[in-house]
Ligand binder design. Structure first.
Ligand code: ZN
Length: 488
């Protein structure tokens, strides 16, 4: 492999050179959304972060199997081992089938992901479709002696596990402290210790999502699905497990404990976590009134937003920060990103129209290597973006006739821009091309070419008519020495 990728492994707390377990194949698992809620920015960040990783691993030559799950069962109201199942509750309130609730949210999530230009994963398993695998997994943990049955439910024995392994190794938490500080929970009496977590829960009479297991009619605990589906599709040992930092504890810590208990070995080689998003400096939360869905961003229909922001603006905004740093959303910050993205995409469009000269007076060599190096350094997208902005200066100088570029340099510059902007950062033209609609873009070009012809024929009436009517529709038209440029 020519390109060396280094990634930050949460488990070792340092950057490590990425060495896959199996030659050129990579197995990657990312915790997907829980379907009870509206798709919001908190969903966009891990999806974009691991989309970049997926794209980059593929670019440097790996065959990646990317599994991103859908949590549609076992996610209880208070994120612990008690309360009603969120999907079941919504289904009960709306008098629909739980799977109707799931389908509704999955459709909305997919639509938002597509708008954000996020590549679909290789496999998208649902927790509800893998109950058998989860029951088998619970049985393995019981057989290994790290779980116990209590009143028809099965709990993971954290204290016993910790005698042999290290519970807390990922999040850096200390079990002894947790035993003392964990607050009392409803239904806790079934558990031996408050830190123990449910692998299987016996369903209460009103709980409608339930399956038959050796211990009771019930449902799996939330953490179990990722252990069961990850190993089913990627094997007992696989390369990368990712997700948001908020999942590190308890979710990922529990996953490690479950897999180690059931399989007797570490399953995941590299754990990766994206940092969180705040809104105007505050944590996002429904009760705080600052919970903005992706749809609201795209329509601008929220009191905290000054305008609509396109999916590519949201994507660009997220990529302007390194995935391990926090990001604070505000309308002002998004407006700045919108301007930046528009400059970048205009420069990219301008690059396509540059004329080559015999020699280059601008320095563009080395751009590809610098960008590759930044991407290989734990996916440093803000640095890649800054290199592309540096290159814009050269593009604009050549465009203005102040500098020249040779045909070889121009070809390379076009290739590098296309690779990084479109293939790796996943940005696509929206404004210039009317949400990426090629036919629309060509129709405007056609009209403006007709206007050029009219001008050459001194048919000022037609030329002015086309210009004025397009301007009235909101198009900004600029005459250049090679013809024209336009945007909406
Ligand atoms: Zn998970």
């Amino acid at each position: 492999m020519e390109h060396k990728l280094s990634i930050y492994n949460t488990l070792s707390r340092k950057k490590e050179e990425f060495v896959p377990l199996h030659a050129n194949k990579v197995g990657m698992y990312v915790c997907g959304p829980t379907v009870y809620g509206d798709g919001h920015l908190g969903h966009a960040r891990p999806a974009i972060t691991f989309d970049i990783l997926f794209r980059y691993l593929t670019h440097i030559g790996y065959k990646v199997r990317y599994v991103r799950n859908i949590t549609d069962v076992g996610h209880l109201e208070n994120d612990a081992d008690s309360g009603e199942d969120k999907v079941a509750k919504k289904a009960r309130l709306d008098e629909v089938e739980p799977m109707e609730v799931v389908q509704y949210y999955v459709n909305r999530y997919h639509k938002a992901m597509e708008m954000l230009n996020i590549l679909p994963p290789s496999i998208e398993p649902h927790a509800s479709g893998h109950i058998m695998e989860q029951i088998d997994f619970v049985q393995k943990i019981l057989d290994a002696g790290f779980a116990y049955v209590s009143e028809g439910s099965v709990y993971f024995d954290v204290e016993k596990y910790n005698l042999k392994h290290n519970y807390g190794k990922l999040s850096g938490r200390n079990v002894e402290d947790m035993l003392e500080t964990t607050r009392e929970l409803d239904g806790q009496s079934e558990k031996r210790r408050s830190v123990d977590f449910a692998l299987w829960k016996k369903a209460s009479p009103e709980h409608i999502m339930r399956w038959k297991a050796p211990w009771s009619l019930g449902f799996p605990g939330w953490h179990l699905e990722c252990s069961a589906m990850g190993t089913k599709y990627l094997g007992e040992q696989f390369d990368i497990h990712g997700g948001g930092m908020d999942l590190m504890f308890p979710h990922h810590e529990c996953e490690i404990a479950q897999s180690t208990a059931a399989l007797g070995k570490e399953t995941v080689k590299y754990w990766m976590h994206n940092n969180m998003i705040t809104i105007n400096g505050q944590k996002m939360g429904k009760s705080l009134g600052n919970f903005i869905t992706l749809e609201e961003f795209f329509t601008g229909n929220h009191p905290l937003l000054t305008q609509a922001f396109s999916p590519m603006t949201v994507r660009f905004f997220i990529l302007q920060a390194h995935y391990r740093s926090t990001v604070d959303f505000s309308s002002a910050a998004l407006e700045a990103s919108e301007k930046g993205l528009s400059r970048l995409m205009e420069g990219y469009a301008r690059l396509q129209k540059l004329a080559a000269s015999a020699t280059s007076s601008v320095e563009t060599a080395g751009l590809r290597d610098k960008c590759e190096e930044a991407m290989s350094d734990d996916l440093n997208t803000p640095i890649v973006i800054s290199y592309l902005f540096d290159a814009l200066k050269a593009i604009n100088l050549v465009h203005d006739g102040k500098e020249t570029i040779s045909s070889a340099d121009l070809g390379e510059l076009k290739a590098v821009f296309s690779l990084f902007i479109e293939d790796l950062l996943g940005l696509k033209a929206e404004n210039e091309a009317g949400s990426g609609n090629e036919a629309y873009k060509k129709a405007i070009d056609l009209l403006l070419n007709m206007r050029l012809e009219a001008k050459q024929n001194k048919d000022w009436a037609t030329s002015d008519k086309i210009r004025n009517e397009l301007t009235a529709l909101g198009f900004e038209i600029k005459d250049t020495k090679d013809g024209f440029e336009w945007k909406i």
